[in-house]
Design a protein around this ligand. Sequence first.
Ligand SMILES: O=C1O[C@H](COP(=O)(O)O)[C@@H](O)[C@H](O)[C@H]1O
Length: 239
Amino acid sequence: MIQIFKDTLELSQAAAELFVQAANEAVQEKGRFNVALTGGSSPIQMHQLLAQSPYREQVPWEQTYVFWGDERWVPLTDEQSNAKMAFETLLNHVPVPKSQIFPMWGNQEPEIFAQQYEATLREHLGNTGFDLILLGMGDDGHTASLFPGTAVLHEKEKWVVAYYLEPKQIYRITLTAPFINQARKIAFLTFGEKKADALYEVLEGERNPEQYPSQLIQPQNEPIWLVDEAAARRLLKGE
Ligand SMILES: O=C1O[C@H](COP(=O)(O)O)[C@@H](O)[C@H](O)[C@H]1O
C-alpha cells in the first residue's frame, strides 16, 4: 500500500499515528509492543513528533520494547550511530524503561554480537515477528543494512547478520529479510527527490532484489509505503 503526502511533516505525522496505533493494538492484545526502529535521516521528524504532545501521551511507553533494524558498528557516542540519533530525538524524552531498549552495539566482535542480538530477539519475541518494523530506503534501494550485491541478501536462516560493508569501510549489523518479513506491520518512510528513481524501480520495476534489496521486503501483510510527492514523482507520472 502506498500513501503519498505533500511533504515530510505530513508523512511524519502519518508515521507517528501508525506507531501509536500499532503500539496500542499490540499492548491490548498481549501486554507489550515490540518495535524495530530505523536509522538514517528518514525517521527523525517522526521521532520528534512522538516525543511531544499529543503523540507522546498516546504511546504505552512502559510496555514498549525497542530494538533496531540495523546499525553502523560504532559506539553509541559516534555521530554515525543510528541509536544515538534515536536517543537524542526520541528515547531520551519518553518514559520507556532503559532496560527495554536494545541498541545494536556491544564490546564483542560484531559477528558474535549479532548472534547474541538474535538470541535476545528470540527471548523477547519467541516465534512471532515484530509488531512493527520501521524502515527507510537509501537512494540506491537498500533498506536496513541490506545493500545491493551483498551476501546477506541470500541469508535464509539467521535473523541478524553482521558483515563488513566494503564500499563504506564499516561493519554493518542488520536484521535479515526473511526475519523482517515475519513482522505484523512494516512501514517504509521515504522522502525526497533523490529517492524517486529507486522507489520507482522497487515498486514498479522488474524484480531485481540484488540491485534493489527493498524488493525483498514482502511480508504477509503488504508493507505500507509512506512517501512524499518528491519521492513519488515517477510513480505519479506513471512512467
Ligand atoms: O544507512 C542507512 O540508510 C538507510 C536510509 O537512510 P536515509 O538517511 O536515507 O533515511 C536507513 O534506513 C538505515 O537504517 C541506515 O543504516
